[in-house]
Write a protein that binds this ligand. Structure first.
Ligand code: J2J
Length: 544
């Protein structure tokens, strides 16, 4: 009998050895990293949380809190290798819990505040999570009620910890106790499970190790000029891979800088914080970068401390990219990254044309890039094709998903990103499109199939196809083409409500619903999403 498939496929020994020898994997965990920073400069500010009555935690304070919460989690029976779904808004406790989990070797599963019943239940069931950490109420939504409902469907879930008023659950503030000696994870162990943007019916979990992620974070610091004096504003949801690691909050903490949490990413909230905290770095998705550049022209706030604006998550148009420096007075770095690993940045010393027309080049000399046709043959130099990649911080497979892995990775371990790119002479990548069945709604990823499955659950629906429609502001919006059952009646608004009530994140609710009699088909009888997209784009640009 063959050995059981591992939860998380890993690098072959020869690659691991090479990555260690090259100094990428340094044998340090995130728990040790924070310990070292706290020892070196205990009194420097690590985290500023303007929402929580203006709290400021020093490195020593964050270190101490992580230890105490770690002890509390251990006392609750949570330990090395256990999964814990973490769903917190941009509050200081996010880092307290995160580093507590890192220290005891339990694996956070990074949910986003927008996720609802369907997503959270899936994460809990798939990961067999033993605990779920939430806020009480945020932006008018009660996460304690969500936790109660999720609990009923997730048999392995033993604890719900609440930051704030716990309701029927356990207060996070109630768990801390005196630090206790415990097992520490090894640097090669998994550190957490990140979410995949996805292109299939259910989201996949991405297993990242301390060694590989710390490398990507440290290298990002160097590329983005992050050091002890850097102040990073976390404007996007803190748990997303971009604000977490490119270079993000973890990059800033690894450098000994200061992390400022922004409760909402709008200029009215962010600009006063930039002035007050003398923010030097932040990261935005393209639609927000557009809003900020426009707002900067008339703002009374002093934004002169800003040195670098990172823009990524979706394609940033050249026209918009050109406006960043004049409007905000800071450098632009485009970042094309993915939670599965590979991250590309334009460099601070790249010429202006490169910065505004490309999505950057890989972090690491050992990031292997292939641009291939539909049959996995390399395209001509400069040609557009599918991006495949392999390297020291790119996963070799998703968590517990062997069948999916057989499709998403080549036999020799390259990850099929689903992005269509071309390489410039300087080795920079230009994102030209996408082959995966996904909608990129201003950086928020929607797997068409996940939404289609929910819509198919409506009794009036015979068939559905969800596609992207171009949009000036978000880049793309979603449109559901629906074929109703014979004689059935349904209005667009009712269908959208149905999707929301099924407990899907609001950003996945189709922006538009079109009722049709049939779908265009490809030669082999499959629904042609390409033709549907063309139809959608034509009707979007036609005068109404
Ligand atoms: C075009 N498409 C882009 C870009 C990501 C840094 C930055 C972003 C992410 C991220 C990240 C793009 N232009 N500049 O994890 O560390 C699309 C691609 C890619 C997918 C990954 C990071 N930047 N994309 O967005 O896992 O399609 O990570 O494959 O959410 O976003 O999505 P995600």
């Amino acid at each position: 009998a063959g050995a059981a498939a591992p939860d998380a496929p890993t690098w072959p020994a020869a690659y691991a050895e090479r990555y260690r020898a090259a100094g990428y994997w340094r044998g340090e965990t995130f728990g040790q990293m924070l310990r070292a920073r706290a020892a070196r400069h205990p009194d420097r500010t690590a985290v500023v949380d303007p929402a929580g009555a203006g709290r400021r935690w020093s490195y020593a304070e964050l270190d101490r809190r992580a230890d105490r919460t770690a002890a509390g989690l251990l006392a609750a029976g949570i330990g090395r290798g256990d999964r814990v779904v973490l769903q917190l808004p941009n509050v200081a406790e996010f880092f307290e819990v995160l580093f507590a989990l890192f220290r005891i070797g339990a694996l956070p599963v990074f949910a986003l505040p927008a996720h609802r019943d369907t997503e959270i239940t899936h994460f809990c069931v798939l990961s067999e999570a033993v605990a779920y950490v939430v806020a009480d109420v945020h932006e008018g939504y009660d996460y304690r009620d969500l936790a109660t409902r999720v609990r009923a469907n997730a048999p392995a879930l033993r604890h719900v910890f609440v930051v704030g008023d716990p309701g029927e659950h356990t207060p996070l503030a109630g768990v801390p106790r005196e630090p206790v000696p415990h097992d520490e994870p090894a640097p090669g162990d998994l550190a957490f499970l990140q979410l995949s943007g996805g292109s299939t019916g259910v989201p996949k979990l991405i297993p990242r190790t301390h060694d590989d992620y710390l490398y990507s974070v440290r290298a990002s610091d160097e590329i983005c000029a992050v050091d002890e004096d850097s102040v990073h504003l976390v404007a996007l949801p803190a748990a997303h891979n971009f604000p977490l690691s490119s270079p993000g909050s973890l990059g800033t903490l690894a450098a000994g800088g200061r992390v400022v949490l922004c409760p909402r990413p709008d200029p009215d909230t962010a600009f006063p914080l930039i002035e007050r905290e003398r923010v030097t770095h932040t990261g935005l998705v393209p639609p927000l970068a557009l809003v900020w550049t426009e707002a900067a022209a008339a703002t009374p706030y002093d934004l002169s401390s800003l040195r670098v604006l990172l823009v990524g998550g979706a394609k940033f148009s050249e026209a918009a990219a050109r406006r960043v420096r004049p409007a905000l007075g800071c450098a632009l770095q485009q970042v094309f990254g993915m939670a599965e690993g590979l991250v590309n940045y334009t460099r601070l010393d790249d010429d202006e044309e490169t910065v505004v027309t490309t999505q950057g080049r890989p972090i690491c000399p050992d990031d292997e890039i292939r641009v291939v046709d539909d049959d996995d043959r390399d395209v001509e130099p400069g040609g557009t094709g599918h991006l495949l990649t392999r390297g020291p911080y790119t996963i070799r497979g998703y968590w517990r998903a062997p069948e999916h892995n057989a499709r998403s990775f080549t036999a020799d371990g390259f990850y099929r990103t689903g992005d269509l790119v071309r390489l410039t002479g300087s080795g920079h990548l230009v994102v030209e499109g996408r082959s995966k069945d996904q909608i990129n709604r201003g950086g928020e990823k929607i797997a068409a199939e996940e939404v289609e499955n929910v819509i198919l659950g409506h009794p009036a629906v015979h068939d559905v196809s969800v596609v992207a429609v171009p949009d000036d502001y978000l880049g793309e919006r979603s449109c559901a083409y629906v074929i109703l059952r014979r004689g059935a009646e349904l209005r667009a608004a009712a269908l959208r409500r149905f999707v929301r009530e099924r407990g899907l994140a609001a950003y996945k609710v189709p922006d538009r619903v079109e009722f049709v009699d049939a779908f265009p088909h490809t030669g082999v009888g499959k629904v042609s999403k390409r033709d549907l997209r063309t139809t959608a784009a034509d009707s979007a640009s036609a005068p109404h």
